[in-house]
Unconditional design. Sequence first.
Length: 274
Amino acid sequence: MNKIFLLSVLMSFFFIRCEKVIDIEVPSIEPKLIIDASFEVLFDQTPVTSNNSVKLRLSADYFDDTIPVVTDATVFLTNLSDNSIISFTDENTDGDYKSVDSFTPLDGVAYELTVIHNNEIYKAKATKIKSSKITSIVQGEKTLFSGEEVELKISFKDDEAMKNHYLINVDRYNYLPIEDRYFNGSDYNFSYFYEDENIEFPKTIDIKLSGITQEYFTYFRILIGQSGQNAGGPFQSAPSSLLGNIINTTNEANFPLGYFHISETDTFKIELVE
């Protein structure tokens, strides 16, 4: 018994003496421009309106607490059917650029985004992608692992005429990309389990269903896998150099991060109860 006790003491002493603080140097990389250009055409509203926003940030080192905003860029959109220009401005100097005049992207029209920053020109093209309307969303009674999740039973009807990809956004920053591979043209019903550790009932949340391209669907799945959910939006941090559809036409090597897309978006509001 004494030998076992002595051995335990010696092992504890050994590990305490061997404990050493190691400073890990994380290499700093040159900041890259992050462009989150998300246009939502709210086609379920009368009249139809559009949320047009271009968020500009700079990538930061892994352990940095803040992400720098870009407030000195020139941002505009070109309607490629008639070469008309839609200008954007950052009125609040927070890196979020809004269109100077209200406009709604048209069906079948390609738009070119141009961002000029530090004498370099970034460009991307997008056309509005159709979406389906949400049929219904009701609160269910099931939970998952913690028992604190709220079940949302979501239903919508897929358009059989085309191959569709969707992005569901629950309460701002809970994303779920979906493709209609297994339910083309059908009524699609599924459960989404919403979790908020600080939730206070009753709580009203917004849910969005947006149509997206197959390329953006693939991009978003990878992005969510790298950055996770509930991080202030998928483009708030850049865990790796995941290339989007925006190119630097001035200096190809200094490529940006982010994506430009235009989505038809249906919205639904639901009050959650305990």
